[in-house]
Design a protein around this ligand. Structure first.
Ligand SMILES: [Zn+2]
Length: 335
């Protein structure tokens, strides 16, 4: 049964190492991963007698959770993978991954490989310090601080706080705050609303994300149309619609339509992730079409037109050969 235990520890360690990489790369604040042992335990138990199998299960529930994951910066020092004979290997371990993360430093501004440079683990750190009062932590609890540096620019380190609660690992902190890569088609002047929307969404604050995304749309349209003051979002977006090249309007997702759809969960105070995801996709498409057809933000171009018409003009189809935009349209490679 020693073999089964050793195998299970190695399996858990490999899982924790692999999932930690995904947690840092793909997940966001307050997200997590859980290691599910059900299948592997079933498999391992098959080769055991009923008595051994019962003991194995009891050990998994009562003893194994007490074991701590030791952390390693490099694989080389221990290389416990596959070796079952050595007595020096730790019970459970995590080799810190080299995740691909967005680097916000001037020279990078894109995803780069980050190298672990330092770490602490709270429960083990506490054990080495003489404190006036004995601190005891519950079984299966660990708290890791992981410090990383961009391999390319060797800029300021970034830190992550990861909490282990039995077999679940939570990403509960990061310094600095997560930054997101903003697509090129997002106008620079309103870019911060857009990136705040994504960071809020990634952190589980969907209502805030909906609000930032709607603000992004409204502020962009205000700048383009020159409308300030008390005009409603709908009025501003109607005016914005008038600024679009006639022969492109029908292909572009309507910002007004999505402004209204974003308003519904905002008025209801509802965390509607689906509306956010769909709205972002449509809004992205709208701005990408602007980029492809080089609709360089024509300041105030048609604001007066729209006002005099006094109503939405959406849905109007125009012949493809409208001269209005043809001089700036690259005909190859649309969208
Ligand atoms: Zn960098």
């Amino acid at each position: 049964m020693t073999d089964e235990r050793t195998y299970l520890r190695a399996w858990l360690s490999t899982q924790a190492t692999q999932e930690l990489k995904k947690l840092l790369e793909e997940k966001h604040l307050y997200q997590k991963f859980t290691i599910d042992m059900t299948e592997i335990v079933k498999k391992l138990s098959k080769g055991l007698t009923t008595r051994d199998s019962n003991m194995f299960i009891t050990w998994i529930h009562s003893e194994l959770p007490k074991e701590k994951f030791s952390v390693f910066l490099h694989q080389l020092s221990l290389a416990p993978r596959g070796s079952t004979t050595t007595h020096t290997q730790p019970q459970l371990w995590i080799t810190l991954p080299h995740p691909s993360l967005y680097c916000n430093s001037k020279g990078c501004k894109r995803r780069e490989t980050f190298t672990p440079i330092w770490f602490t683990e709270l429960s083990q750190a506490i054990a080495t310090v003489v404190t006036p009062k004995q601190v005891s932590l519950p079984d299966g609890f660990q708290m890791f601080t992981l410090v990383y540096q961009c391999q390319r620019c060797l800029g300021k380190p970034e830190a992550f706080l990861v909490r282990r609660d039995l077999w679940t690992f939570y990403l509960e902190g990061r310094s600095p705050i997560e930054r997101v890569e903003v697509p090129k088609f997002v106008p620079e002047k309103e870019e911060h609303y857009y990136s705040d929307a994504i960071v809020a969404f990634n952190s589980g604050k969907v209502l805030a994300a909906l609000f930032y995304l709607r603000t992004f749309v409204e502020q962009f349209a205000r700048r383009i149309t020159g409308k300030t003051g008390r005009a409603t979002g709908e009025e501003i977006l109607d005016a914005y619609y008038e600024t679009l090249p006639v022969n492109r309007k029908s292909d572009m997702p309507s910002l007004r339509e999505w402004y209204e759809k974003l308003s519904v969960p905002l008025h209801a105070g509802k965390d509607d992730a689906e509306v956010f995801t769909n709205a972002k996709e449509a809004i992205d498409k709208h701005f990408d079409i602007r980029r492809v057809f080089r609709m360089d933000e024509p300041e105030r171009k048609a604001a007066t037109n729209a006002e005099s018409k006094g109503g939405p003009a959406e849905g109007g189809k125009a012949p493809e050969s409208q001269p209005e935009v043809s001089q700036s349209i690259p005909t190859e490679n649309p969208v």
